[in-house]
Design a protein around this ligand. Structure first.
Ligand SMILES: Nc1nc2c(ncn2[C@@H]2O[C@H](COP(=O)(O)OP(=O)(O)OP(=O)(O)O)[C@@H](O)[C@H]2O)c(=O)[nH]1
Ligand SMILES: [Mg+2]
Length: 343
């Protein structure tokens, strides 16, 4: 595979190159993985720090995330902005791949020349989903997209994962009474930059307005965060179906993004996220080595010796870390600490 040419294609915004590049980062094959790491490294060197506004979007099933992305995305492409859409859906196997439904639901957006929608691949564990989404964001960014929307279903840890790879986190809510408010986990409220009450139309309009002020009240009770200007996080209403309130939502997102850029919070957050994913990759890489040969076999052999009592758990573990994984001796284990302090 010609990675140099693929990188050029992505940088030129070529859709086919982009699609191939995303397929590459999704692949679990070892040679593909090496090529993907190479590709992303090259793009990082060559993209002159291109940045998209990365927007994470979460909310319970049926709240209207896909409808919102379609309407919001159409508004942005209408303003000549290029929009990428990704999904983090660790449960996609359950629903038979909800993005398949999404593709038809996002019918207009999927045909818009300025939009790029990537269906989620078949189910994998959240770690795998996280990596491919993060790398797909990097590819879209290198390709010059202005906004990247990442949809996630409110399942388990997926919101946290998405918040760790986006600049803004938007929580979509349904109109409803006090019970609804109770249902939103506090941790997720605290992550949100914008709460958007959807379906503010028809019979639901009045309820949506009331729900919105309930949430606005709840937001005022949360601890002030350093990354927020006055008045944020904010609650507002939209109708994704009737395409109302979308401009306002975009204005608020831009105002927040501008403020964070000016005050340094934007770059600081991205730096913090890069560090987070670096550490996550190291940890995941180490764990992966443990379940592959030759470490796997060596551990099994040592485990049997530990069972038989011919060595101790601590000695056997040290042997795996030091000799099998080749990490070298730990200072304390060999008395190096004592020597150093004597020197
Ligand atoms: N009245 C009204 N209905 C809406 C609006 N937005 C979405 N809906 C409806 O709500 C239902 C769910 O919409 P989706 O966009 O599929 O919701 P989702 O959050 O993506 O759902 P999942 O992907 O299954 O989690 C559909 O029947 C939509 O037509 C809106 O603004 N007003
Ligand atoms: Mg959806």
């Amino acid at each position: 595979m010609d990675i140099e040419r693929l990188a050029e294609g992505v940088l030129a915004g070529d859709r086919r190159a982009l699609a191939r590049a995303i397929t590459l980062v999704e692949s679990g094959r070892a040679d593909h993985r090496r090529a993907a790491v190479d590709l992303i490294g090259r793009l990082n060197d060559a993209d002159h720090g291109r940045q998209a506004m990365r927007i994470g979007l979460s909310g319970t099933p049926g709240v209207g995330k896909s409808t919102f992305i379609e309407s919001f995305g159409m508004m942005l492409t209408g303003a000549d902005l290029r929009v990428g859409v990704l999904a983090v859906d660790p449960s996609s196997a359950r629903s038979g791949g909800s993005i398949l439904g999404d593709k038809t639901r996002m019918e207009r957006l999927s045909r818009a020349p300025n939009a790029f929608i990537r269906p989620s691949p078949s189910q994998s564990h959240l770690g795998g989903v996280a990596r491919r989404t993060r790398e797909a964001i990097a590819l879209l960014e290198a390709a010059g997209f202005d906004a990247v929307l990442v949809e996630t279903v409110g399942v388990g840890q997926s919101e946290t994962v998405v918040a760790e790879m986006t600049d803004l986190f938007v929580l979509l809510l349904a109109p409803g009474g006090g019970d609804e408010l109770q249902g939103v986990k506090r941790g997720i409220m605290e992550m949100a930059d914008l709460l958007i009450v959807n379906k503010a139309d028809g019979d639901l309009a009045a309820t949506a307005t009331r729900t919105c002020s309930d949430y606005a009240g709840a937001l005022r009770l949360l601890r002030k965060r350093p990354q927020d200007p006055e008045g944020f996080p904010k609650a507002l209403t939209v109708s994704a179906m009737e395409e109302n309130g979308l401009e306002r939502a975009w204005d608020e997102m831009r105002a927040l993004a501008d403020w964070r850029r000016e005050t340094g919070h934007w770059d600081a957050r991205r730096a913090e996220q890069a560090r987070y994913w670096f550490e996550a990759e190291v940890r995941a890489g180490l764990l992966a080595r443990l379940s592959r040969e030759p470490v796997k076999g060596a551990m099994e052999a040592l485990a049997r010796q530990v069972e038989a009592g011919t060595t101790t758990p601590a000695l056997a573990a040290a042997e795996v870390l030091t000799d099998v994984l080749g990490l070298g001796p730990e200072a304390g284990e060999t008395g190096l600490d004592a020597e150093t302090s004597l020197a």
